[in-house]
Write a protein that binds this ligand. Structure first.
Ligand code: GTP
Ligand code: SPV
Ligand code: MN
Length: 593
């Protein structure tokens, strides 16, 4: 097949990899509809994908991964920087030379009898100053088709690259999907990613977490910008003005839901709207006017399926109605559509569960869909996609919001006292773990800025980078920094806040704070709303004023224990910025004093 570029750095790297993995055939992905359609047909002919009901779900397909390969594998994810110190205490580290040797041994000859697909892709609108280019080599059609939804792919990307050497190398080899030999390795100094023995989402769609967060966070530190695990939404107020918010929550903690929320009826009638710019990743840099601007480097949503329904997230559901790939959900044999837990109250009786066995949703104890089953949907499908989605300049950010799952501790919302205190608030984030990563679920762990599994270098240096970014901003123009918690539970284990669309009530307070329109109560941890400033109209019978006061409260005893936990976590960092140490001492004094 004709090569799609004459770029020497691209061609020589691909030649080397062809020599290593020995494909039977090489296919360049040009991004054309015709090629995509042919690949879908081929994947269906081998059983790799299942074509769904084309009347109800046009251009939609189902894929099942191996049962041992259903989530990111953090324990097998490595930052291969020259020294362990550069990777820092929160990352797994491997010496680059040793890692290359080990990976090449695994990858050697692994494409024998298979096809190598060469995917040129752009993270960010092609040609935007924010954007970066990558090339992924893969032996999986599923990866190709997902990348064609999640990123901008094809000839136009290579045209934008020209003869530049500034692109991220990505090699993916499915091998035998052997979990003992599964490795996801980032080489930040070499702009290189190698992923072997997986076929699942974040492990293999190399543009996403591997590039747009791990490699890009390192690039951002060197080049003066930020790559964050943040959604971007535009909140439109009744006067038509739109304010943009970036929010970082750990995996499966509500980014996609918040990014697409539909305001509660009363708000909707007044003219409130939410516009989605991105649901997972933000690239952020200072604009000419001195404010911070963000783009979403992705082109689609790789969203959690379970719990997505007409009530919780109608925009996400609508996004999955065409051109979508479903992974590890149940197949309804009656009408050849898909089903997952929480879609509706009517599970199919005649179905196949995510592992591929016959399944009766009415009688079975087993789940039909894996808890981390996903949809890969084009962003353009989203009914509330922002008109700024393709804007190469990005959108100006008014607020950064951090948050996680904390059953008891964190109040519904609080605001930091200033930028550096906000960086501290992000750095002490903790959340109960979810099914998005392999391992135990529901255990509280520290997850600074929701970047624990995604920061491509020493987390302490990443915090310093946040502090430096703030120091370069006029405080008047800097985004204000908040923390939210939608997940407070009562003693019976019920959520105390309705969440989802009702989170708009909190976003509204956040924007009012940014505009200096509302007072707040100063507490030892920061500014908390006066209970009368969170509008409960329409929540009568659901959230009482007393309940709201409870979820806004700061329990000093719980925070005392938290301060200890933070101290233990911080002790891991030799390079902890002095600013954060000082913020920690202040919190300690505020809580204990
Ligand atoms: P990743 O794609 O893994 O980064 O996840 P995400 O942060 O985009 O999470 P997502 O929006 O997909 O939500 C994950 C789970 O959290 C779903 O099961 C939702 O039902 C649940 N969830 C989201 N928002 C809320 C909320 O406000 N309250 C409650 N109780 N649950 C929520
Ligand atoms: C996450 O886990 O944060 C995701 C899904 O967004 S994955 O692409 O698998 O990382
Ligand atoms: Mn994510």
């Amino acid at each position: 097949m004709e090569k799609l570029t004459a770029n020497k750095s691209v061609l020589s790297w691909i030649e080397e990899k062809i020599d290593l993995v020995k494909p039977e055939k090489v296919v360049w992905i040009d991004g054309s509809e015709k090629q995509i359609e042919a690949l879908r047909a081929e994947a269906c002919s081998t059983g790799e994908m299942i074509k769904l009901n084309q009347e109800l779900l046009p251009d939609c397909y189902l894929h099942r991964t191996a049962v041992n390969d259903v989530a990111r594998v953090e324990a097998r994810t490595f930052i291969c920087a020259p020294t362990k110190e550069e990777a820092g205490p929160t990352n797994n580290w491997m010496d680059p030379a040793e890692a290359y040797k080990m990976l090449y041994d695994i990858a050697k000859d692994s494409y024998k009898g298979r096809t190598m697909y060469i995917i040129p892709y752009s993270m960010g609108p092609v040609g935007s100053k924010f954007s970066k280019i990558g090339i992924e080599l893969t032996d999986s059609i599923y990866v190709v088709l997902n990348m064609c939804i999640m990123t901008r792919v094809g000839t136009k990307v290579l045209e934008a690259l020209g003869d530049s050497n500034d692109w991220v190398r990505g090699l993916h080899c499915k091998c035998e999907i052997n979990e003992e030999k599964r490795y996801i390795c980032q080489f930040p100094q070499d702009n290189t990613i190698i992923s072997v023995n997986s076929g699942y989402g974040g492990n293999v769609l190399l543009g996403k977490k591997c590039f747009a967060l791990r490699i890009a966070s390192y690039q951002g530190k060197n080049e003066g910008w930020q790559a964050e695990h943040m959604l971007i939404l535009g909140l439109q107020k009744p006067n038509g003005e739109i304010k943009y918010i970036c929010a970082a929550f750990p995996s499966a903690c509500g980014k996609t839901n918040l990014a697409m929320l539909i305001p509660p009826e009363g708000y909707y009638k007044k003219g409130y709207r939410v516009w989605c710019v991105g649901d997972d990743i933000s690239w952020i840099r200072k604009g000419e006017d001195g404010r911070l601007y963000a783009i979403n480097p992705e082109n689609g949503f790789f969203g959690v399926a379970p719990g997505t329904n007409e009530k919780s997230n109608p925009n996400a559901l609508a996004s999955t109605k065409k051109g979508t790939i479903f992974t590890n959900v149940a197949l309804n044999l009656d009408n050849n559509t898909v089903w997952w837990e929480g879609l509706d109250k009517n599970p199919p009786e005649n179905a196949i569960e995510w592992k591929g066995s016959a399944w009766n949703g009415k009688t079975s104890e087993e789940k039909g869909a894996h808890p981390n089953s996903r949809f890969t949907a084009p962003a353009v499908n989203c009914p509330c996609i922002s008109s700024e989605f393709e804007n190469p300049q990005g959108v100006p950010i008014s607020a950064f919001v951090f948050g996680g799952r904390r059953a008891k501790l964190a109040p519904l919302v609080y605001q930091s006292r200033n930028w550096n205190h906000g960086v501290f608030v992000g750095s002490i984030m903790a959340s109960e773990t979810t099914a998005a990563a392999a391992g135990a679920v529901g255990v509280v762990r520290r997850d600074p800025m929701a970047m624990l599994p995604f920061c491509g270098y020493n987390m302490a240096d990443y915090w310093q980078h946040w502090i430096d970014i703030g120091a370069g901003l006029d405080p008047e123009k800097a985004p204000k920094i908040f923390n939210v918690n939608w997940f407070r539970k009562d003693d019976e284990g019920n959520f105390m806040w309705p969440g989802f669309g009702d989170n708009l009530r909190v976003l509204d307070w956040i924007i009012d704070r940014c505009e200096g329109k509302v007072d707040a109560v100063e507490t030892p941890i920061g500014f908390v709303p006066r209970s009368e400033d969170i509008n409960l109209e329409g929540l009568e019978g659901e959230v009482s004023k007393a309940q709201l006061e409870e979820i806004l409260s700061v329990d000093k005893d719980l925070w005392k224990a938290e301060v200890e936990g933070i101290g233990e976590f911080y002790a891991k960092f030799d390079r902890l910025p002095a600013t954060l140490k000082a913020e920690y001492e202040t919190l300690k004094k505020n809580i204990e004093g």
